[in-house]
Ligand binder design. Structure first.
Ligand SMILES: Nc1nc2c(c(=O)[nH]1)N[C@H]1C(S)=C(S)[C@@H](COP(=O)(O)OP(=O)(O)OC[C@H]3O[C@@H](n4cnc5c(=O)[nH]c(N)nc54)[C@H](O)[C@@H]3O)O[C@H]1N2
Ligand SMILES: Nc1nc2c(c(=O)[nH]1)N[C@H]1C(S)=C(S)[C@@H](COP(=O)(O)OP(=O)(O)OC[C@H]3O[C@@H](n4cnc5c(=O)[nH]c(N)nc54)[C@H](O)[C@@H]3O)O[C@H]1N2
Ligand code: SF4
Ligand SMILES: [Mo]
Length: 739
């Protein structure tokens, strides 16, 4: 029997065709009939089989390291969590939500219920080691943290890519399966792809032009492009913009000459790229991790869309466009065209008084909140699908801090570097035993699509843990003081009612219309019907009225294609002015800091950046042999000139030191990285005691986040600075001594 389902592992949302032989997975292929991915898949998609079968993947709760029944585990959680709350108040419990939650309908919807029940301001997520700067920029400019324009890669003639490597990552803040095929098609139709990256990445290799850039200087480069456009009279702004003159005035200070000195990109190249961008019939600028997890993350993220707007490419075919997602998008709800915009700093972290952003605090503050005594000190932590010891800065400090907690609970499928500290671990079912709908990622898709996958394996019969939404609700019960055995179904109905209310519906009516559905399916059906392709439960009339519901998706196992992206300005906006804010005051106020960077001259020191690898998924799929076999991949990339200067040879170990820590990694000499820059991928370092990762342990690698620090965060978003970290590299001392 063949089942069709969307791969939940990354943002590309590929369709998979999975052959089952009884309850065994026989084979996984790309679904050739998928309306979006047309058969494309990457090696990780296939690895859902070994992930499903992995004996190290948890099937039962662990209490103090021993297997326990669910009732036992919830009783322990209830008792210990209540004790912490009673002693230290609600803020004494912190939550860290990791990346896989963004790919899970259950976790997105019911995680919110848990947070609400906890009522803590200590909410941390992987967003502040990732895309928060982009969300802040989008929030200020367009009024929604997920109103992020995506490049219309299928129709553009010119794509300027900064700090992204979609050929390895398969795309991010840009849901687009088979980016390789899409970029090839772009070039085949005469278009041009330019990649700006301190490394010649796979994407750079397959582009028309690659520009090396000094890490952390993208905002300078982008400002210089604006400067040239203005100086040469090439500014052709789109409609609905506030603040064009302000931005052009700010760009005055960023002439190509001085910017060239700091970025390493020649002034003539900056001028040419500006002309190409302005001259292309349709063009898009796109930036990702490299432009976010750095010193000027929000400025760079903002300037990406400033350029799209000033070249006439924002919100038009072949430019940077807004998806119109079928379900759950804030920019399809409430009054169109106007809203409250973004407010940050509604509360602050206790120790360094960092402002709240989009409901959370910077994860770089988590360790100090645990360590620092006083009222409001964090004494318990709940991690949900996260591995912050490997994925957040100064992992060693966080690791120590976790050891000192009074209570730690992890919702996770593995005992890894983080969850080994947990008193209680509650597992989730295999991806094949649960339903899937990419509520978040379809809001960032380069084509409007919707695809729902029902569970393909009976989890209960297969001995899989219960659905994660049930676990989250039971925890919400405990957190809210209702004890360990709350009526999950009643709570579920409340969550569904709340979702309906937020979508502007009468809860009773909405719930009746989708009965007898329960759980995530009930909520999804409500959101689809309330969404832009639904009937609005009868509220929408005439041409506007669609009829989309979950039943339509159930009848379409290869997905529903809702068409190419369409212009959405000004209706997509939720700013108070009803205009795109090109010069938001908060962002403008950060420009002097960037101006300061113009004075810097490269001083010959090395800086560290990261990189992603195709057969990897942050920290957590290294326990699958098919993804880790072969030569070690957690290597230090260094340019031949730097290697020669420092006496480092390919294959030898090097010591890498920063103000935060030190690691020893094997050297890979390559001219794919620019002089002065070294790179180590993140998510490795699996050789610590107490984990249950028998395969990953054999391919341990090192934790590059022992080198990244927590002292500085990007000021507007609170995002960690993971790229452009000053380091010293030297041959391992014992080797030097023995020579
Ligand atoms: N230096 C450096 N650091 C980085 C980055 C970088 O580029 N450089 N990238 C950053 C980015 S972009 C991200 S998103 C973060 C990721 O940071 P995290 O989200 O903290 O880390 P992951 O490795 O994704 O960990 C996912 C965890 O979820 C568990 N898991 C998997 N599936 C499920 C499930 O269905 N339910 C539950 N409950 N658990 C599950 C896994 O076992 C694992 O423990 O790392 C960041 N860290
Ligand atoms: N195979 C695989 N796919 C993944 C993941 C994974 O771990 N493995 N993780 C997923 C996640 S959580 C995310 S967020 C996405 C991320 O998706 P991408 O952003 O595409 O991720 P990377 O491949 O890390 O690409 C970032 C690039 O930025 C470059 N860079 C570093 N510093 C700078 C800088 O200062 N300026 C510029 N211009 N470039 C810089 C790096 O050399 C690298 O090539 O990938 C997702 N997909
Ligand atoms: S590209 Fe992403 S969504 Fe597609 S198969 Fe690979 S991991 Fe899954
Ligand atoms: Mo990420």
């Amino acid at each position: 029997m063949t089942s069709y389902r969307t791969c939940p592992l990354c943002e590309a949302t590929c369709g998979l065709a999975i052959d089952l032989d009884g309850t065994e997975v026989a084979r996984i292929r790309g679904d050739a009939d998928d309306v979006f991915s047309h058969g494309f898949l990457c090696p990780k998609g296939v690895s859902l089989k070994p992930l499903h079968e992995d004996p190290d993947r948890l099937r039962a709760p662990l209490v103090d390291g021993r297997e326990a029944s669910w009732d036992e585990a919830f009783a322990v959680v209830d008792e210990r969590l209540r004790a912490v709350i009673e002693a230290g108040g609600r803020d004494a419990v912190a939550v860290y939500v990791g990346n896989p939650s963004a790919h899970s309908l259950s976790n997105l919807v019911y995680g919110r219920a848990l947070l609400k029940a906890l009522g803590t301001k200590n909410v941390y997520t992987a967003s502040t080691v990732d895309q928060m700067p982009k969300q802040v920029a989008a929030g200020y400019m367009f009024g929604g943290g997920l109103s992020v324009p995506v490049p219309d890669v299928d129709h553009t003639d010119y794509l300027l890519v900064l700090g992204a490597n979609p050929l390895a990552s398969n795309g991010s803040l840009m849901t687009a399966p088979d980016m390789r095929g899409r970029l090839k098609a772009l070039r085949r139709r005469g278009g041009r792809v330019v990649v700006v990256d301190p490394r010649r990445s796979r994407t750079a290799e397959e582009s028309d032009e690659h520009l090396f850039i000094q890490p952390g200087t993208d905002a300078l480069f982008l400002f210089a492009l604006v400067h040239v456009l203005d100086a040469e009279g090439r500014v052709t702004p789109v409609d609905h913009l506030n603040g064009v003159e302000d931005v052009l005035a700010l760009a005055q200070d960023f002439a190509p000459g001085p910017v060239a000195e700091v970025t390493g990109i020649p002034a003539s190249t900056i001028e040419r790229v500006a002309r190409e961008l302005a001259g292309a019939p349709r063009a898009a600028v796109y930036g990702r991790i490299g432009t976010c997890t750095q010193e000027f993350g929000t400025l760079a993220s903002w300037l990406v869309d400033v350029l799209n707007a000033l070249t006439g490419n924002l919100d038009r075919e072949g430019g940077a466009m807004f998806a119109r997602a079928a379900a759950g998008a804030s920019n399809t709800m409430g009054p169109a065209g106007r809203g409250r915009g973004l407010t940050t700093g509604r509360w602050h972290s206790r120790v360094r008084v960092a402002p709240e952003v989009l409901g959370e605090l910077p994860v770089a503050c988590l360790a100090e909140e645990i360590e620092t005594p006083g009222e409001g000190q964090v004494r318990a932590l709940i991690t949900v699908a996260g591995n912050p010891v490997l994925s957040t800065p100064d992992g060693a400090r966080l690791d120590r801090a976790l050891e000192g907690l009074d209570f730690m609970l992890s919702l996770d499928i593995y005992v890894n570097e983080t969850t080994r500290h947990a008193d209680v671990v509650l597992p989730a079912p295999s991806p094949l035993a649960r339903s899937h709908y990419d509520l978040a990622l379809y809001q960032l898709a380069i084509r409007n699509v919707a695809n729902y996958s029902p569970p393909m394996i009976d989890g209960e019969a297969a001995g899989e843990p219960p659905d994660e939404w049930r676990t989250l609700l039971r925890l919400a019960g405990s957190a809210g003081g209702a004890g360990p055995n709350v009526d999950v179904d009643a709570l579920d109905a409340m969550v569904a009612g709340e979702a309906a209310r937020r979508a502007g519906l009468d809860p009773q009516e909405a719930m009746a219309a989708v009965a007898p559905r329960v759980g995530p399916e009930r909520i999804l059906d409500i959101l689809l019907r309330a969404g832009p392709y639904g009937s609005g439960f009868g509220a929408r009339k005439g041409e506007e009225a669609g009829s989309l519901s979950l039943a339509d998706l159930e009848a379409a196992p290869h997905g529903l294609d809702l068409g190419p992206l369409q212009p959405r300005l000004p209706e997509v906006l939720r700013t108070p002015s009803g205009m795109v804010e090109l010069a938001p005051p908060a962002i403008v106020a950060d420009v002097p800091r960037l101006r300061g960077a113009l004075e810097r001259s490269p001083n010959g020191d090395l800086v560290l950046i990261g990189r992603r690898q195709l057969r990897s998924n942050n920290s957590w799929m290294h326990n699958l042999d098919m993804l880790v076999r072969g030569p070690a991949r957690c290597t230090l990339h260094i340019h031949p000139d730097d290697a020669a200067r420092l006496g480092l040879a390919d294959g030898e170990d090097a010591t890498v030191r920063s103000t935060a820590g030190e690691v020893v990694a094997p050297v890979e000499v390559t001219d794919a990285i620019m002089p002065g820059v070294v790179s180590i991928p993140h998510g490795w370092g699996h050789d610590v005691p107490g984990t249950r990762l028998s395969v990953a342990r054999e391919h341990a690698g090192v934790n590059c986040n022992l080198l990244t620090g927590t002292a500085e965060v990007e000021p507007l978003s609170g995002n960690a600075i993971l790229n452009g970290v000053p380091v010293e590299v030297s041959p391992v001392e014992s080797l030097v001594a023995s020579r």
